[in-house]
Each structure stands twice: as structure tokens, then as C-alpha cells.
Design a protein around this ligand. Structure first.
Ligand SMILES: Nc1ncnc2c1ncn2[C@@H]1O[C@H](COP(=O)(O)OP(=O)(O)OP(=O)(O)O)[C@@H](O)[C@H]1O
Length: 538
């Protein structure tokens, strides 16, 4: 996929905070609510700290419709215009990330989470646009990054894993032992697009098919019991929806019904939406002393630390201006999200927090982390496929050449070309006639007059001078002869008469030859301009 048009403005990463209500264990432990929202200000206060975000939602139960409408719906609309988008749910374990994203089918949030809402919105929008000569294709992939390995949650061979999970009480304690495909490789194309080599991508046609992918992948996800959440996601999960569009546009110009207008113009757009449910951000030791959980925690922290460093580098205006190194390669997570953070994507981070006072320290860390993300600037661009781009360029080139041809051919209309053709035909006929007359002269004179003329004019200047004089006498001869006939004055002898007649013939030939040359030159010039005109037209 190649970069297309920029939206023209840099867009900061939008950050929203979602505060879940106190839940079962917290209530049982008698936890107090330590987070307050400043009404009408999108501000959160914890202890003496105060943070302002783009949006703050909270304590009202299920992920609100307002959160979807304000934060995610614009990204879904952008997909239809070809803009990539990313939604990241960040926060400590048990803060409500999976619930908010809707990535667990066992949760109530699954019904109202962001991903189910996105899927509904996508299909209903496609339904309304279907009539407008737009063809859609949707693809889905679902991967997780677990202990710095990218795993394919839609790998058909992982279907067995659900049985193992069921036998294991729904918990997977050692994901690596469950088999499946080898880890997926993250690749970067020459134009900076990040791709996953070897991940399963399902083409989906219906909402049900897409929901099945989400369900299957959710079941395959690595979860485990932690001190803070007995159904904790131990990996970063990325559900990606890729939408391809072919838009056809027919020319409707009634005055211009030529062949080109019957050919539809096609535009190809392709955009992807990453929906990311990050693993818990808490310090590793808080999730449990058990070796496996601890190691997982270290890896999770490594990814989130790298994400934090990338966010810091991108959020620091000075560093950004100096184009300093952004450490995307420090973890699989940041590598995979490279083109979503500070890249060509529209990005929303939803910081999920628990209001319970026992989580105050982690909540403060989450708010600080999210606050840094607000400074990241992305440059969303429309993503067009390179072939489509090439076609667009070629079409523009053809249009330019057609306009150029019209402009240049503007001085030579078809009528004018016909006039030129007629003139050439006339010139050719005249030419033939002149040659015929010339030959007649030659035959009449036996070639002597012409030869004599040519010899005289080139070789014998003295004789030529004599002929000139002869010509002068011819010019006056008509008067003379007339007077001769009337007055019967001077008598011209036979030799002089012959010489005068000869000179007369030579003089006539001379004039005709000059005329012939002039016409031939003109014919040549006309032929030249005619062939130039036809070259420009065809
Ligand atoms: N807005 C909410 N309303 C009611 N219950 C919620 C809400 N958000 C989360 N919960 C409940 O809190 C518990 C923890 O939520 P969830 O599993 O989504 O947290 P998490 O941040 O994804 O945790 P982990 O990182 O360990 O996976 C769940 O039992 C969930 O049902």
C-alpha cells in the first residue's frame, strides 16, 4: 500500500479516560473511590494531581455510547475515506480494558464493547453505501503478542486449543506448549507499512462472520489468573479490520458522450483499523509471585516500557522537530504499532482506570502515561494501492495529452485540412499541365530553343547580351510589324526574323519555367504544413 493524499493537518493522538465502577472484590474489601471527575472539563483528579484529557467517561457501568460516538465513530468514518486508525486500551490489570474493547465473550462488556459496536457500525454503513457503485471487501486478523512472540489467534490449528482450555477450566497456563503455527514475523514494506508475514486473514462478508472471528480469537487468547484479576489477559491482543473499497464513477456529462465517458473511473482505497487490548500495565511483582506470571509480567512491562519510550520520543516537541530516533524496534508491540504511532494513522488511546484507593498508585501511573500520549502528532493520509495510484496518474496523463492535442490542433480544423487537400490536388493537376506544355514546346522546337537558351544564358554572356537586345526589339516589334504592314516601311530579312522568333520562344520558356518553379515551391510549402497538421491530429 502506498501513501496517498495527506489530510493536510497533523492530528494529535486523542486520549480518553474510562473509569470503571468499583467491582466485587474492591467493594468486599471496603475500598474507597479516590478518583474524581471535574464536571464539564474533561478533567480527572487523584490526590493532589489533576489531568486534562480529550474526554473522560466513568463510573456508569457499561462502556458508554458517548465514548463510542465521540472517540471511535469518527475513526470508523475515516476508514471509508481511506484513513488508517488505531484504538488502544491501556491500563493496569483489572482496570476494564478487555471489557471496554469487548474482546472477551465471557464478559458483559462483550455486548457493548468497542469492537462489537465497530462491527455493527461498519456493516450498517456498508449497507447504506452499497447502492453507490462502491464495492467493499473486509478482512480480519487477530493476533496476540505474548512473551515477545506474535501469535495468530485465528490459526485454524488452534481450534483444538479451545477444548484444552475447556478441560483446563478456561485457563491457559502455558500457551507455548499448545502448538499452532510458528511465530509470525513483523515486516516493513519499502514505503513504511507494517505487515505481518504468516498471519491468518479471513475475508468476511457478514457481521456474523466477523463476530465469529472475534469470538474464536478471544477464546484462543492467553489468559491466566493473577492476584488482581482471575481472568487476566496476559498478552497484547490486536484485532485488525482491513477494508478495501473500489469506487466507480461514470461521467454524466450529457454533452460529452464520447467513448472515454462510458468508461468508469475507478478508485481503490484500503484502510486498516487496529483495535488493541493491551496487557496490564502494573509492575510485574503486583500480579503474583508465581514464576510464570512474573516472567509474563516482565515481558509485558518490556513492551509497555518500549511503548512508553516511543510515546515520550514522539511527544517531545524538541525531539520531534530534530527528527530524533524513535525506538520502535525495542519491542514487538511498538514495531507493530509503528505506523499507528506518530505515523499515518488516526489514533485514540483509552486509558482505563480503577477508582479504588488500593489501586491509586497504578491509576496515577496510568494517568501520567496517558498524558504523555496526548503530545504525539500523527499525519493521517489516504491509503491508495500503488496500482490504483499508477492508474490515476496515467489517466491524468491521458487527460493532459488530450487537452494538449485539442489546444495545438485548435488552429487546424477538419475544414482547413480539406481545403489543403483540394489545393494539393489542384497543384498536382496544374503541375502535370505545365509539364505537358513544356514537353510540347520541346517537341515543337526539337529541344533546340531550350538548349540554345540554356547555353546562351550560361556560357556566352556576349550572345546573351545580343538576345536581350533582340528581346527589346521583339517588345517593340508588334508596333513595328503593324506599322510594317500598314506602311510597308523597313523590311526585316529572313535570318533576323528567325533569330527574333527563336529569342521570343526562349523568352516565353524562361517565363514559364520561372512560374513552374514558383508553383512547385508553393506546393512544397503547402504539403509541409499539411503533413504537420495531420501529425498533430493523429
Ligand atoms: N465498566 C465496567 N462496568 C462493570 N464491570 C466492569 C467494567 N469494566 C470492567 N469491569 C469488570 O472488571 C473486571 C476486570 O475487567 P477486565 O477483565 O476488562 O480488565 P482488564 O483491564 O482487561 O484486565 P487484564 O489486564 O488483567 O486483562 C471484570 O470482571 C469486568 O467485568
Amino acid at each position: 500500500m502506498e501513501a496517498g493524499n495527506s489530510c493536510g493537518e497533523d492530528c494529535c493522538v486523542k486520549v480518553a479516560v474510562n473509569i470503571r465502577p468499583l467491582i466485587g472484590d474492591e467493594k468486599l474489601e471496603g475500598c474507597k473511590d479516590c478518583v474524581t471527575i471535574v464536571p464539564g472539563k474533561s478533567q480527572v483528579q487523584i490526590g493532589t494531581h489533576s489531568f486534562t484529557f480529550d474526554h473522560v467517561y466513568g463510573s456508569t457501568g457499561s462502556p458508554s455510547t458517548a465514548m463510542y460516538e465521540e472517540c471511535v465513530s469518527p475513526l470508523v468514518d475515516g476508514l471509508f475515506q481511506g484513513y488508517n486508525a488505531t484504538v488502544l486500551a491501556y491500563g493496569q490489570t483489572g482496570s476494564g480494558k478487555t471489557y471496554t474493547m469487548g474482546t472477551s465473550i465471557k464478559d458483559v462488556g462483550y455486548q457493548t464493547g468497542i469492537i462489537p459496536r465497530v462491527m455493527n457500525a461498519l456493516f450498517s454503513k456498508i449497507e447504506t453505501l452499497k447502492h453507490d457503485e462502491i464495492e467493499f471487501q473486509l478482512h480480519v486478523s487477530f493476533i496476540e503478542i505474548h512473551k515477545e512472540e506474535v501469535r495468530d489467534l485465528l490459526d485454524p490449528s488452534l481450534a483444538n486449543r479451545q477444548d484444552i482450555m475447556a478441560a483446563n477450566g478456561g485457563k491457559v497456563n502455558n500457551v507455548s506448549s499448545l502448538g499452532g503455527k510458528p511465530p509470525i514475523q513483523i515486516r516493513e514494506t519499502s514505503n513504511g507499512v507494517i505487515t505481518l508475514a504468516g498471519s491468518t486473514e479471513f475475508s468476511v462478508k457478514t457481521l456474523k462472520e466477523m463476530a465469529d472471528c472475534l469470538e474464536q480469537g478471544s477464546l484462543s487468547r492467553a489468559t491466566g489468573s493473577t492476584n488482581m484479576n482471575n481472568q487476566s489477559s496476559r498478552s497484547h491482543a490486536i484485532f485488525t479490520i482491513t477494508m478495501e473499497q473500489i469506487r466507480r464513477r461514470h461521467c454524466n456529462d450529457a454533452n460529452n458522450l464520447n467513448e472515454e465517458c462510458m468508461t468508469p473511473e475507478e478508485e481503490y482505497l484500503c484502510a486498516k483499523l487496529h483495535l488493541v487490548d493491551l496487557a496490564g500495565s502494573e509492575r510485574a511483582k503486583r500480579t503474583g509471585s508465581d514464576g510464570l506470571r512474573f516472567k509474563e509480567g516482565v515481558h509485558i512491562n518490556k513492551g509497555l516500557l518500549a511503548l512508553g519510550n516511543v510515546i515520550s520520543a514522539l511527544g517531545d516537541e524538541k525531539k520531534r522537530k530534530e527528527s530524533l530516533h524513535v525506538p520502535y524496534r525495542d519491542s514487538k508491540l511498538t514495531r507493530l504499532l509503528q505506523d499507528s504511532l506518530g505515523g499515518n494513522s488516526r489514533t485514540v488511546m483509552i486509558a482505563c482506570i480503577s477508582p479504588a484507593d488500593i489501586n491509586a498508585e497504578e491509576t496515577l501511573n496510568t494517568l501520567k502515561y496517558a498524558n504523555r500520549a496526548r503530545n504525539i502528532q500523527n499525519k493521517p493520509i489516504i491509503n491508495r494501492d500503488p496500482i490504483s495510484n499508477e492508474m490515476l496518474k496515467m489517466r491524468q496523463q491521458v487527460e493532459y495529452l488530450q487537452a494538449e492535442l485539442c489546444a495545438r490542433g485548435g488552429g487546424v480544423s477538419f475544414d482547413e485540412i480539406q481545403v489543403l487537400k483540394d489545393r494539393i490536388a489542384w497543384l498536382e493537376a496544374t503541375n502535370e499541365e505545365l509539364f505537358r506544355k513544356l514537353n510540347e514546346f520541346r517537341n515543337r522546337d526539337g529541344g533546340g530553343a531550350i538548349e540554345q537558351y540554356e547555353t546562351n544564358s550560361k556560357v556566352h554572356p556576349m550572345k546573351s547580351e545580343g538576345l536581350k537586345r533582340g528581346l527589346q526589339s521583339i517588345e517593340s516589334s508588334s508596333d513595328y510589324q503593324m506599322s510594317d504592314s500598314s506602311d510597308s516601311g523597313d523590311i526585316i530579312d529572313e535570318d533576323t526574323a528567325k533569330e527574333l522568333e527563336h529569342t521570343y520562344l526562349q523568352n516565353t520558356m524562361d517565363k514559364e519555367l520561372n512560374e513552374l518553379n514558383r508553383k512547385l515551391e508553393q506546393k512544397e510549402a503547402n504539403l509541409n504544413s499539411f503533413s504537420k497538421a495531420t501529425y498533430l491530429l493523429f
